[in-house]
Design a protein around this ligand. Structure first.
Ligand SMILES: NC(=O)C[C@H](N)C(=O)O
Length: 612
């Protein structure tokens, strides 16, 4: 590992600790880097014999917050029925070596450092990552049949509160209404940049044969290792977009299906992310959770012989939004003027009605007269949305107080979070349409689609980084049109956003942020674009990244004290200011307990308002 990434404190600490380790004959590979902050805490751990270096580089640690809301995964049998068991989950995880590495926790004083027994750590992953996860348990734990919109709000708020302290989030949840919660959270979480993964199980984790362990492990590994800016659902080795799933099986471990969208990832021998499908961030706004939901919404399933009185009763005030589950490609009887009149009366009076199909797979279209009559009655086509997604989208959109009814209807017909497929017209260019790829393919005699894609995927990240280096937005635009994913990193995990941040190309940074780049991407040294912009002192870039929600990790913030003291000691006001704008706390003490302000002595420095 190149050591340019080490802070002075880390450098100072690493050598003696390596020696100590060698003396104890548990010598780590020469390339290891100590976790400086944790090492400091070790001295207060009162167990000198436990002081050993962490056998992984600091860059390879990720933190995940697990919110346990209930569900079968943590249930036990009482009187022959399953019900959630409080305060038992973490204890049981601690005894499972595939879920918790107790030795590592002891060696690194994990409980002491995080100040909680609820922080556990996975064994080292195949990619050399340590995923440290903290579990919070709701009281009461719920069977998901008891979930309400208030519970969704609580989950959303807890994520919002903890957003900056974790790289990803796992929500343990019952399977019965998991598709509803996943859909709702996908809309409530605005400008999301980190993974939120719901999972649970069909059999309690306490039983000998269960699916809970694998589901939890898979969800943690993905949440800790990949910047997938989506609310997802992980079950039976597959990661799905949360607003695309539906529960399809009560008795199988393979309980969920995403009928209209391929999985975002598959966990087999390797975890393979389908980056072409993953939602691309398109914003420079900060993450926030909107917990306002309108509960005057409902699902109405058509069936042959349904009476107009039933439909009328269902559409009465206070009903404001309805998902009508229709036949086939969005059809309803066109020989029932009584029914159609009730629907028309409701839409005329401002009820928003979304047309979704009862079929598991496919989309609504106006290809039959029986479908067109619903459009004429004022229904909005729900495309290939699941009823769960359509219902929660309605609930979210109807709660937007600053929008009028026309704007709400427009929003309902738009794709907000990947919940519906875009019109195929205007879809991205085919790979073979790209002149660049054609020339390369020809000279290499390649014609099959898979090979072309492999070439594109190998070549375009470094090309995009090269374009970012020289600020060539047009070149990036051309790469994007070729179907390239601008959030992918090169061989060192450095993304175009890292490079543009180093170079201080503000326009380029702006372009990348609205075209899929993630402010949370880490390169192989653990650096984010924010770290790079700070290092090369591009204040405007730092400000834009901060506005988009970029922040230092907890470790970086802890280490910042020493860096700040050294800037203060050399009277480097510009350096201090950039750290301040980036969110560092100038009153954070360095390794010797002094703060930058104390070190500076004569230097007057007032906290910059942008840093708040
Ligand atoms: N498998 C499960 O989790 C089902 C349970 N009834 C729940 O939804 O909480």
């Amino acid at each position: 590992m190149a050591d340019y990434n080490l802070t002075p404190l880390a450098r100072a600490l690493s050598q003696p600790q390596l020696d100590l380790a060698e003396g104890n004959d548990v010598g780590p590979p020469r390339s290891i880097q100590l976790h400086p902050t944790r090492m400091r805490k070790l001295s207060s751990c009162n167990s000198l014999d436990l002081i050993e270096p962490l056998v992984s580089p600091a860059a390879a640690e990720a933190r995940v917050l697990v919110i346990n809301t209930g569900g079968t995964i943590g249930m036990t049998l009482h009187d022959n029925v399953l019900a959630p068991k409080a305060n038992a989950f973490v204890q049981s995880l601690r005894k499972l070596p595939i879920i918790h590495d107790e030795l590592y926790a002891q060696q690194t004083c994990l409980y002491n450092y995080y100040g909680s027994d609820n922080t556990l750590v996975l064994p080292l992953s195949k990619d050399n990552k340590r995923i440290i996860y903290t579990v919070i348990e709701y009281n009461p734990l719920l069977d998901s049949s008891n979930m309400t919109t208030e519970d969704w709000g609580r989950i959303g708020k807890d994520i919002e509160k903890n957003y900056e302290n974790f790289d990803g989030f796992v929500i343990l949840h019952g399977t019965d209404t998991m598709a509803y919660t996943a859909s709702a959270l996908s809309f409530m979480c605005e400008h999301l940049g980190k993974p939120i993964i719901l999972t649970g199980s069909q059999v309690p984790i306490y039983e000998m044969r269960n699916d809970g362990r694998d589901n939890l492990l898979g969800a943690l590994l993905i949440a800790g290792q990949f910047v997938i800016p989506e609310v997802c659902l992980y079950f039976y080795n597959k990661l799905y977009r949360g607003n695309r799933v539906t529960k399809v099986d009560t008795g199988s471990f393979n309980a969920f299906n995403s009928p209209n969208l391929a999985p975002l990832a598959i966990a087999e021998v390797d975890i393979t992310i389908n980056w072409d499908t993953v939602w691309r961030a398109n914003t420079t706004a900060k993450f926030q959770v909107s917990t306002e939901l309108n509960r005057n919404v409902g699902l109405l399933r058509l069936f042959p012989g349904i009476t107009a009185a039933t439909v009328r009763a269902f559409l009465q005030p206070p009903m404001e939004g309805v998902v009508l589950e229709t036949y086939g490609s969005g059809n309803a009887p066109d020989n029932r003027p009584d029914l159609l009149e009730e629907l028309k009366k409701a839409t005329d009076s401002g009820v928003i009605i979304i047309n979704c199909t009862q079929c598991l797979r496919g989309t609504v279209s106006a290809s039959y007269n029986t479908g067109k009559v619903l459009m004429d009655a004022g229904l909005i086509a729900g495309g290939d949305m699941t009823p769960e997604a359509a219902l929660s989208k309605l609930s979210y959109v109807l709660a937007k107080k600053d929008l009028d009814i026309a704007a709400k209807k427009k929003m309902m017909s738009q794709n907000l979070r990947g919940e519906m497929s875009a019109d195929l017209a205007g879809a991205k260019l085919n790979l073979s349409d790209s002149r660049f790829i054609q020339v390369i393919a020809k000279s290499l005699s390649i014609s099959c689609k898979e090979e072309l894609e492999a070439i594109r995927d190998a070549l375009t990240p470094p090309l995009a980084c090269a374009a970012a280096k020289i600020g060539d937005v047009e070149a990036l635009e051309a790469l994007k049109e070729m179907g390239s994913n601008l959030c992918l990193g090169d061989y060192d995990g450095r993304t175009p956003l890292h490079i543009a941040a180093c170079e201080g190309h503000l326009n380029m940074v702006q372009y990348l942020l609205i075209n899929g780049a993630s402010v949370y991407a880490k390169d192989r040294y653990g650096d984010t674009p924010l770290c790079n912009a700070v290092r090369f002192r591009h204040k405007d870039v730092v400000q834009l990244l901060r506005k988009t929600g970029a922040h230092f990790s907890r470790n970086k913030l802890e280490e910042a004290g020493t860096e700040l003291c050294s800037l203060a000691a050399s009277g480097d006001l510009e350096g201090l200011e950039i750290w301040n704008v980036a969110g560092a706390d100038l009153s954070k003490p360095g390794y010797d307990g002094q703060t930058a302000i104390q070190v500076s002595g004569v230097i007057e420095f007032t906290a910059c308002p942008e840093a708040v």
